[in-house]
Design a binder for this molecule. Structure first.
Ligand SMILES: Nc1ncnc2c1ncn2[C@@H]1O[C@H](COP(=O)(O)OP(=O)(O)OP(=O)(O)O)[C@@H](O)[C@H]1O
Length: 270
């Protein structure tokens, strides 16, 4: 099935997790009962930051959303589209994901132009002769200019020659090159130095705002979670222990978030 066969009738990007159960290694000594009757709804255009303790289930939520994991029970929707049984590649036309490792979003041996051409063809059927779309080079240059990193003059440079920050900025751009409905950011600044992570975070907000993409960002950086986006979720042991949006979210300082985080950890004996 090609993704276009299953395009949602509505273009709303509202995400719904409905009554999700997820247990890893069921029946073994390593069994982890992570999600039980977990439900969550994200409105179209929301930029949600997800924070929480190690092992609280943040990445699992993203994996369930992107189709690299499947729930034991429950359903996951993107707008009207039931994603639950779709494989990751079947969801790729609608969902862009940027990973923690800058090496995962781009191919180092290919040039910036080649990487962008590949991303441009995401979700389309390939025929002989497709590949680098040189007529799109001007469009790629205009997109790269948005980053203000000078990459528009380096279209023929192999991506492996870029710094981690430049590469992550490119991965962000590439993941949003085609008109996706949901952007998933999986600790995408965690491997960068403080300056590069600030730059990538500023670019993230710019790209998300300009393209109006519904975004879910997992981060351990409470400063980013407090400063960016319009909703914050704090996860602990497979549950949302804090969910604040808009004005309520703006009331939370980093100190408040840290306090809640520490209180929850102490309550649970961590
Ligand atoms: N594929 C898997 N197989 C077995 N257990 C898993 C798998 N994926 C996640 N888990 C377990 O589920 C729990 C939640 O993991 P998850 O990676 O979602 O947490 P997280 O909140 O993203 O943590 P971190 O902040 O450390 O990245 C952990 O106990 C983890 O070991």
């Amino acid at each position: 099935m090609s993704p276009s066969d299953n395009k949602p009738v509505s273009v709303t990007a509202k995400v719904r997790f409905e009554h999700i159960d997820k247990t890893f290694n069921r029946g073994s000594v390593n069994e982890v009962v992570l999600l039980e009757d977990f439900s969550l709804s994200v409105r179209e255009g929301e930029f949600v930051s997800v924070v929480g303790s190690n092992g609280s289930g943040k990445t699992t939520l993203l994996n369930l959303l992107c189709g690299t994991l499947f729930p034991d029970e429950g359903r996951i929707y993107l707008g009207e589209l039931d994603l639950t049984g779709l494989k990751d590649y079947e969801r790729a036309a609608w969902i862009g994901r940027v990973f923690q490792d800058p090496a995962r979003g781009t191919c180092p041996s290919l040039t910036i132009l080649e990487n962008m051409s590949l991303a441009d063809n995401k979700g389309k059927s390939y025929g002989l002769g497709s590949g680098i779309n040189r007529r799109r080079a001007d469009f790629y240059r205009s997109q790269l200019e948005l980053l203000h990193l000078g990459l528009e003059d380096k279209l023929h440079l192999p991506v492996g020659a870029l710094s981690g920050g430049q590469r992550q900025a490119l991965a962000l751009l590439i993941s949003t090159l085609t008109p996706i409905e949901l952007l998933v950011l999986d600790e995408h600044t965690a491997a960068l130095d403080p300056k590069a992570s600030d730059t990538v975070m500023e670019l993230t907000e710019k790209v998300v705002r300009e393209k109006g993409i519904t975004t879910i960002m997992v981060t351990h950086n409470l400063r980013f979670a407090a400063s960016y986006g319009n909703r914050i979720l704090m996860m602990h042991q497979g549950r949302c222990v804090l969910d604040a949006a808009e004005d309520e979210k703006r009331q939370y300082t980093i100190t408040d978030l840290l306090k809640i985080f520490n209180e929850i950890s102490v309550e649970c004996g961590n």
